[in-house]
Design a protein around this ligand. Sequence first.
Ligand SMILES: Cc1ncc(COP(=O)(O)OP(=O)(O)O)c(N)n1
Ligand SMILES: Cc1nc(C(=O)O)sc1CCOP(=O)(O)O
Ligand SMILES: [Mg+2]
Length: 544
Amino acid sequence: MASAAFFSTCSSANENYLHLTPTHAYAKGFVNNLRTSNLPSIALRNERFVRLRGFVAMRDEGASKVSDDGPRMKIPHVLTVAGSDSGAGAGIQADLKACAARRVYCSTVITAVTAQNTVGVQGVSNVPEDFVAEQLKSVLSDMEVDVVKTGMLPSMGTIKIICKTLREFPVQALVVDPVMVSTSGDVLAGPSILSTFREVLLPMADIITPNLKEAAALLNGMQLETLDDMHSAARLLHNMGPKNVLVKGGDLPDSSDAVDILYDGLNFYELRSPRIRTRNTHGTGCSLASCIAAELAKGYPVLAAVAKRYVETALDYSKEIGIGNGPQGPFDHLLRLTSHSQDCHRQKPFSPSDLFLYAVTDSRMNKRWGRSIADAVKAAIDGGVTIVQLREKDAETKDFLESAKACLKICRSHGVPLLINDRVDVAIACDADGVHVGQCDMPARVVRTLLGPEKIIGVSCKTPEQAQQAWVDGADYIGCGGVYPTKTKENNTAIGLDGLKTVCVASKLPVVAIGGIGVSNARAVMEIGVPNVEGVAVVSALFR
Ligand SMILES: Cc1ncc(COP(=O)(O)OP(=O)(O)O)c(N)n1
Ligand SMILES: Cc1nc(C(=O)O)sc1CCOP(=O)(O)O
Ligand SMILES: [Mg+2]
């Protein structure tokens, strides 16, 4: 039965849950209690970002405004300044789709219009520089842009106008994708702009994202053929002024992996992922840069923002689509173009906001209530949980697999991801959305190899070092706890809110807090003041 304390929480939200099952009602109580605390968390993200970037003043708009017509939530906003691609695989069109996929608003300033398809670029018409300036002013003077991302900049004048306008309307970050040559090999910005690029734009950039050809062009034709060459290029480009350099090694010969090098002036990070063999790679550079801009706009630091996984997933997903007859096709940014009839049976791409209310099942608790795992999961989803993990420590493998399949059906039909605790074999067998592993389970790096780029991987972490390793291993999020003492997991040390904060600050991945969390203390967890706490994971508060 639901407790009196619970109902007092609910009645404060003016809702009557007496007709609901306890799990359903408890989940609703969480959602109501946390929903209001999510707004400050967005505010804190923006505040932290401003601090990270070294700006003295907070933007005075804050996270949410209250006007006569109700509250207005601040939405992360990227402005892309780039060329239009009539084939819509790259340029402005790719940027819009990538930002939409990352759930960020995207406004556009068009610098050139290209007649382009999967064969190549048939024509280019530059937008007059004055009109680029006018578009920039229209957007920046009115809308609260967080991050500007640049793509095709066809003339020195255009580059100078952008830099001048950004000095007048400063934003939190500038992402520069130094587009010079299209994937088809057509020149989009000639050598005449190189010096302006180096001298004016690069010093203002928070991150630049050249591929090997672009890095070579910026470095006067330097040969880039090995990983060592990429390290040297990143260092030399960093000397030109950008705060971070991402040299993309997709074109590196003789490499089975796609390796990018990120250099922040202090450390090199080798970002390695399996090379995805597909013709549909047109627009990957624009999309990755937009994705980075989108994550920066949400408040993530640069290292976490370099979300290669999104582009990998989209490429992997789009291998079979056939658009156009040329050698390089566009990919499916929103993962919506195929499997029309089975939309509800396909996995959605992971979003950190999925972690908001994370239900972890417990076979003993379900048994005590005499209900199946699937019934428990259904009730939790009806109550508003945003992700489910099946943690069935006592179940026989065969029964676990059957339950997992039943739960997956329910979860997919509600758009809620389903993860499996510990058992990678069960996850593969039922095609679950991912796996959650602890420090004594299969290493996340091995799990990633087994599950591929599309699946969600979570790792339990109690220390900053473990959080760093989870990121290196290719996890999507970390579970951090126990925040409070819990009876659900034996011999589990509680790290408290301070311990949680220490791990979150070190983590480049989104975090879900776990351990002893209930309706009464969930808000305190969400409000610890770090931007990457995305939600709370609970067992007994939902299922006991
Ligand atoms: C979201 C989340 N965080 C942490 C854990 C704990 O995982 P682990 O340390 O592997 O312990 P067990 O759950 O396997 O006992 C979790 N399951 N979920
Ligand atoms: C499964 C689990 N992992 C933890 C960790 O600290 O990693 S705490 C925990 C149990 C959480 O259960 P409850 O919500 O009932 O306290
Ligand atoms: Mg485990």
